[in-house]
Design a protein around this ligand. Structure first.
Ligand code: PLP
Ligand code: COI
Length: 341
C-alpha cells in the first residue's frame, strides 16, 4: 500500500477529507450495523437535536504507523468508555465498545494510505462523534442519532511545534460544578471559543481555566489537562470533578510511576502554588505534551523556570517515553496498543 502524496512533516492540525468514514444510525430504539461510506457530507433535519439543543459529543484518538509498517491505536477502549459516559449525560444512546472498535478498525484500515509514515511527526487523528439527528422542537432528547467516525492526518496542535507556550488565566469559566466539564460535550467547546479567541488575539496560545466555584484552583485548558513538576522532581496533576479525564494524563501518571520511578500526586492544585513549580506542561491526544513557558494573570506573570526555549527535563523524558510507547519504540504496558493491521 502506497501512502498518499502529502508533505507529512509540514502539515498542521487541520481537516482533510480522507477516503472513508463509518456511520451507524439509531432509530426506533436501536442501532443499525453501521458501514463505511465515501460520502463526507451528512444530511439531517433542520430541527435536529444537535442543531437546536447542542446534543452532541465527540472523542479524539490517534493511529500511528510503526517502523515495521504496522498501524496501531492507543487505548481506544478508554475513548469508547468516555463516549458512553458523555452519551448518558446528554441523553443519547450509548455506542457499545464493540461498535466503537469495529468502526475504528474498519475506518483506519480503509484509510491506511492516510496514516502518516513513521518518523514524520504526523499522525492520523480519529474523530468519533455522536449527535441527535432527528427533529425535536420542545426541549427533549432527539428521536434519532448518528454515530460517525472519521479520520484526518494531523501535525502538531500548537503552531511552532513543541516550543514552550505562553498562556493566560481566563476571566471566563469552562465548566460549572456538577455541570458537563467531565464529559466531551460539544457545548463545552462552543463556550470556550470566545475566551479562546480573546486569548489568541492577545498573543496567548491557550487559556488556563480556574475552578468556577472558587476561582482559586487550576482546572485545565480548552483542550488539554495540566502537568506540573515540583522542584524536587515530583509530577503533580490537578484532580477535579469538572475537568475531562484525559487518557493521555492517566497514561502519563502510570508511565511516570512505573517507567520513570517518579512520585506522582493527583490532587487539587491551588493557583497560588503554580509559581513554585519547576516545569509546567499541558497534555492530551492533540497536544501530546506541550511545555508551558509563561502564564500571565491579572496580578502579573509567572515565568516558568524551564524557560521559553526548552522543554524541562522531566516533561521531556515523559514525552519521549509516551511517544516511544505509541510509536512502538518502547515496550507498552499490557493492553495499551491495539494493532489494526
Ligand atoms: N481536556 C480537554 C478539555 C480536552 O478536550 C482533551 C482532549 O481530548 C483533553 C483534556 C485531553 O484528553 P485526552 O488525553 O483523552 O485526549
Ligand atoms: C483531543 O486532544 O483529541 C481533543 O479533542 C482536543 C481538541 C480541542 C482538539
Amino acid at each position: 500500500m502506497d501512502k498518499k502524496d502529502i508533505k507529512w512533516s509540514e502539515i498542521g492540525f487541520g481537516y482533510m477529507s480522507a477516503d472513508y468514514r463509518f456511520q451507524a444510525d439509531w432509530k426506533d430504539g436501536k442501532w443499525n450495523e453501521g458501514a463505511l461510506t465515501t460520502e463526507d457530507k451528512i444530511t439531517i433535519s433542520e430541527c435536529a437535536g444537535v442543531i437546536q439543543y447542542a446534543q452532541t459529543c465527540f472523542e479524539g484518538l490517534k493511529a500511528y504507523t510503526w517502523k515495521d509498517g504496522s498501524i496501531v491505536t492507543f487505548r481506544p477502549e478508554l475513548n469508547a468508555e468516555r463516549m458512553q459516559n458523555s452519551a448518558r449525560r446528554l441523553m443519547m444512546p450509548e455506542v457499545s465498545t464493540e461498535m466503537f472498535l469495529r468502526a475504528l478498525d474498519e475506518t483506519v484500515k480503509a484509510n491506511a494510505a492516510w496514516v502518516p509514515p513513521y518518523g514524520t511527526g504526523a499522525t492520523l487523528y480519529v474523530r468519533p462523534c455522536l449527535f441527535g439527528s432527528g427533529p425535536v422542537i420542545g426541549v427533549a432528547p432527539a428521536p434519532e442519532y448518528i454515530f460517525r467516525l472519521f479520520v484526518t492526518p494531523v501535525g502538531p496542535y500548537f503552531k511552532g511545534g513543541i516550543k514552550p507556550l505562553k498562556i493566560c488565566v481566563s476571566d471566563y469559566d469552562r465548566a460549572a460544578p456538577h455541570g458537563t466539564g467531565d464529559i466531551k460535550a460539544g457545548l463545552n467547546y462552543a463556550m470556550s471559543l470566545y475566551p479562546g479567541q480573546l486569548a489568541h488575539s492577545n498573543g496567548y496560545a491557550e487559556n488556563m481555566f480556574l475552578d468556577a466555584a472558587t476561582r482559586t484552583n487550576v482546572e485545565e485548558t480548552g483542550g488539554a489537562n495540566f502537568l506540573f513538576v515540583t522542584k524536587d522532581g515530583k509530577l503533580v496533576t490537578p484532580k477535579s470533578s469538572t475537568i475531562l479525564p484525559s487518557i493521555t494524563r492517566r497514561s502519563l501518571v502510570y508511565v511516570a510511576k512505573e517507567y520513570l520511578g517518579l512520585e506522582v500526586e493527583e490532587r487539587v492544585v491551588p493557583f497560588e502554588e503554580v509559581s513554585e513549580f519547576a516545569e509546567i506542561g499541558v497534555c492530551g491526544t492533540a497536544a501530546v505534551i506541550s511545555p508551558v513557558g509563561e502564564i500571565d494573570h491579572k496580578n502579573g506573570k509567572i515565568m516558568v523556570p524551564s524557560g521559553m526555549n526548552e522543554f524541562g527535563p522531566v516533561l521531556k523524558k515523559l514525552r519521549e517515553t509516551l511517544v516511544g510507547i505509541q510509536m512502538g519504540d518502547v515496550e507498552a504496558p499490557e493492553g495499551w496498543i491495539r494493532k489494526i493491521m
